[in-house]
Design a protein around this ligand. Structure first.
Ligand SMILES: [Zn+2]
Length: 435
């Protein structure tokens, strides 16, 4: 069946388009975009009047937990959560069990993603074997098998010589190195940002320098090698400043930030006089000043993408003592709504910029051919947005296996109405009103 999307407002930053039109998808590929396409019996038709048609959103940093920790999430539930959040493509990090550091694990993920068949899943493989920062993985073989980039995410590539080698290899393979910037010798067993809240609750702090020092090193190495460096989930004012300086000097570096670091600061951790583990993640929520710097970075183009760092953990794991609870929060299902409501509706950024951050730029960084734009010949991956519809975030609506989300209870306007992957509707919001 072919799919015709009628009367939507197409907003595509890549082709500089903002107009009401019809879009025809044939055999999964965008065939025609024009002011009027005549309906035929061989077409399924979506009336997109009043909706914004965006290139399919891309989450460039998620944890799907399969293989090895399927009690938290698996490729199927992670795919459903992505579709629910408007993401047509997701990039999954390699810190599974076993680690995705060889083509066997990569193949397993790629095959399972195909079987599930909901959203596009692009794996990132480990930089170092077993994330140990000792020995490089077989990067060439991994790329041949569908890997889109390399990261030791969850860990930093602490071994400087190895990091440099990884950049050199990535340069020849034309793929990015995605760094989780954390100097583990500084963050040690810190729990939250080092500051007033950590002092008040007697928790070990994670200083901002643990991030800034690695970003400084990475930029220096990148300047020497001239490879493809992407810094993920940056959280400090210092990081924004360092990246701004690097970009000014013409060094190729890109960066992403999470919705939680944009919308929350360390004061949110305290609920009813206690620290709440649904606000515990790495890097930690920082100060209001850091948050403002991140927002400035988003506005000025120093930060290129928003990525959720969707990190599911079971309720039992998160329910224990704050200090033993694992780091991480989920994010795919709330990503569009919270950013649209809090940053676009308030005029901090515009919708076009949001789409750049969530689709155009991630597609460029990972060189996802035929994605991140709406043009004839491109893949029929689209997200249809209803900017007027209200939302209330509730754990019972999540498709993820986990509900460790810091935005539960938030209300606002702006929801994903349809998620379309290769011309197939993989998510449609129910017509029931939000209670
Ligand atoms: Zn990370």
């Amino acid at each position: 069946m072919n799919l015709l999307i009628k009367n939507g407002r197409l907003l595509d930053p890549a082709s500089q388009t903002d107009k009401t039109c019809d879009i025809l998808i044939e055999n999964g590929i965008i065939k025609e975009i024009s002011s009027l396409i005549i309906t035929s019996v061989s077409m399924e038709v979506i009336d997109a009047s009043g909706l914004v048609v965006s290139p399919g959103l891309i989450d460039m940093h998620v944890h799907l937990r399969e293989p090895g920790q399927e009690h938290k999430e698996d490729i199927e539930t992670g795919s459903r959560a992505a579709a629910h959040g408007g993401f047509t493509s997701i990039v999954c990090m390699p810190n599974t069990s076993p680690v995705n550091d060889n083509i066997k694990v990569t193949g397993r993920i790629v095959n399972r993603a195909k079987e599930v068949g909901l959203v596009n899943i692009f794996p990132v493989a480990a930089v170092s074997k077993n994330l140990e920062s000792q020995e490089l993985t077989d990067m060439a073989a991994l790329v041949e098998n569908g890997v889109k980039g390399f990261s030791d995410d969850g860990r930093c590539v602490v071994n400087d010589a190895l990091f440099k080698q990884a950049l050199q290899k990535a340069k020849t393979l034309q793929v990015p190195i995605i760094e989780h910037p954390e100097d583990h010798n500084i963050s040690l067993d810190g729990q939250i940002n080092e500051g007033e809240i950590s002092a008040k609750f007697g928790l070990k702090g994670i200083p901002a320098e643990s991030e800034d020092i690695i970003i400084d090193r990475d930029i220096r190495r990148q300047e020497e090698v001239g490879s493809f460096l992407h810094l993920t989930h940056i959280s400090t004012a210092g990081a924004v400043q360092l990246i701004a300086g690097a970009k000014k000097r013409g060094i190729q570096v890109t960066a992403d930030v999470t919705p939680h670091h944009l919308l929350l600061d360390e004061t949110f951790i305290v609920k009813d006089g206690k620290c709440d583990s649904n606000y515990k993640m790495k890097p930690p929520l920082r100060t209001g000043k850091d948050r403002q710097a991140l927002i400035e970075g988003l506005k000025t183009g120093i930060i290129d993408c928003i990525a959720t760092d969707h990190a599911p953990h079971s309720t039992e794991e998160k329910a224990g003592e704050f200090e033993t609870a694992p780091f991480g929060v989920i994010g795919m299902e709330t990503a569009f709504s919270v950013i649209y409501d809090r940053l676009v509706r308030t005029g901090v950024i515009d919708l076009k910029r949001l789409i750049e951050l969530y689709s155009t730029n991630p597609a460029k960084i990972f060189d996802l051919q035929g994605r991140g734009a709406v043009k004839p010949g491109f893949t029929g991956d689209l997200t249809l947005l209803n900017l007027e519809r209200s939302f209330k975030i509730r754990a019972e609506d999540f498709q993820s296996k986990s509900s460790n989300c810091p935005f539960i209870g938030w209300e606002g306007k702006g929801v994903v109405e349809y998620t379309i992957v290769g011309g197939k509707v993989v998510y449609k919001k129910s017509s029931l009103p939000v209670p």
